[in-house]
Design a protein around this ligand. Structure first.
Ligand SMILES: Cc1cc2nc3c(=O)[nH]c(=O)nc-3n(C[C@H](O)[C@H](O)[C@H](O)COP(=O)(O)O)c2cc1C
Length: 386
């Protein structure tokens, strides 16, 4: 069975051109006309209030599992309140709701960059009614946002918003140099988090642990079953739901994608958790990890809900600056996650990195070069307004 699958996964016989293009899944990120540029798209969809247009930029942000865990209350054409959408969290793999709050920060940073493009600065007050325990996301606001006219030059990172994407392909080409990272950091600007790059041989102790972490998550039914719920199994489902994960964002397209979606992978638990599928996925994953041209992490000296949101802002800026340098990145969050099954591996990782409680590595990514490009869809911003 495995060798037959392996043959099919790695072979690429000729497909008809229309079928091939369909399997490449090249759709714009946002619904409606002008779906690549979020400001154009907002205007084409009839949004004229600056806050709505800025929100439309914000929702292009990276966010865990593409759950888009955001709800907005619009106060005025220049003002809104952001909440976690508690129906779009990942309680099994993200029990403290940490990554969901990092995803609030990425949204706020993109919104802020969008606002500057419109001639406003975004005054952001975090947790205006105070912070809340992890068990109560969605009840109190994450942020109050007020747009204020600002004559200063727009944030140049807007030029990379339409291009930004998470890239999970196998990376190619030369290793990343410290000079390249220094340039990206200069473009991203000073942030809140401590940022560390790991180059060349120094990556060696980290890579096997990150592989083991993915293996653990994949092979533990209750953990990978959460991903099953957020997995989209065809182009039609991706375009209808406009959220979650799918094969094309994992770098699988064309004939290989068609074979997997047609014969091997579906929402039925037996198929999704099929050991042969898992084995092939993990083999591919190891190749991707081993193709890292550098690693990079963001850490904080405490581990509070505010740290999480601020990390998200730094992460989003860095990714945009990285895109500008022609580089790509892929987060490897498994080893950082707080469910009990990960305790041992996480402790080993903390020992190697030297970052442990009360501090925390909030995000870690591999960085490299790749020509692969795919834009994950977003739901309409209007559907996120409460
Ligand atoms: C907090 C956070 C954690 C993430 N963790 C992972 C991860 O472990 N593996 C991965 O492949 N992508 C991870 N991502 C990337 C998201 O899956 C990605 O941003 C989302 O699917 C939207 O795709 P895009 O970034 O291409 O727009 C993470 C993103 C965020 C913000």
């Amino acid at each position: 069975m495995i060798s037959r699958k392996k043959f099919l996964y790695s072979s690429a016989p000729l497909l008809t051109v229309p079928l091939f293009l369909e399997q490449c899944g090249t759709h714009p990120r946002l619904p409606g006309p002008d779906g690549a540029d979020p400001i154009q798209n907002a205007r084409s969809n009839g949004m004229s209030d600056p806050i709505l247009i800025a929100i439309n930029v914000g929702i292009t942000a990276p966010n865990s599992h593409n759950t888009q865990p955001w709800k907005f209350r619009i106060i005025s054409p220049l003002e809104m309140i952001l909440y976690v959408d508690e129906k779009r969290i990942l309680p099994v793999t993200d029990p403290p709701v940490r990554q969901v709050h990092i995803s609030q920060g990425t949204f706020l940073e993109l919104l802020s960059i969008g606002a500057s493009q419109l001639g406003y600065s975004a005054k952001i007050e975090l947790f205006p009614e105070g912070t809340y325990p992890s068990i109560e996301p969605g009840k109190k606001p994450v942020a109050h946002v007020q747009l204020v006219k600002d004559a200063s030059a727009p944030d140049s990172l807007y030029s990379m918003v339409a291009e930004r994407h998470t890239n999970r392909a196998e990376y190619e080409g030369p290793m990343i140099s410290p000079a390249e990272i220094e340039k990206v950091e200069a473009d991203a600007g000073a942030g809140y988090t401590k940022r560390v790059a790991i180059y060349g041989e120094d990556m060696k102790p980290y890579l096997p642990l990150m592989n083991s972490a993915m293996e653990l998550e994949t092979m533990t039914y209750r953990l990978s079953d959460e991903t099953r719920g957020w997995f989209r199994f065809s182009d039609r489902e991706i375009q209808e739901k406009r959220d979650g994960l799918g094969l094309p964002d994992q770098g699988v397209t064309g004939f290989t994608r068609w074979m997997i979606e047609t014969f091997f992978l579906s929402r039925e638990p037996e198929k999704f958790h099929d050991p042969a599928n898992n084995k092939l996925f993990l083999e591919r994953y190891k190749k991707k990890i081993d193709s890292a041209r550098a690693l990079y992490y963001w850490s904080t000296s405490s581990n509070t809900i505010v740290d999480w949101v601020k990390t998200g802002r730094d992460y989003a800026r860095f990714q945009l600056a990285l895109m500008k340098a022609g580089l790509r990145m892929h987060p490897l969050s498994q080893i950082l996650q707080e469910f009990p099954e990960m305790d041992d591996l996480r402790a080993k990782f903390e020992k190697i990195s030297g970052v442990r409680a009360p501090g925390k590595i909030q995000m870690i990514v591999r960085i490299g070069r790749s020509d692969y490009k795919y834009f994950t869809p977003r739901r309409s911003a209007k559907d996120m307004i409460v």
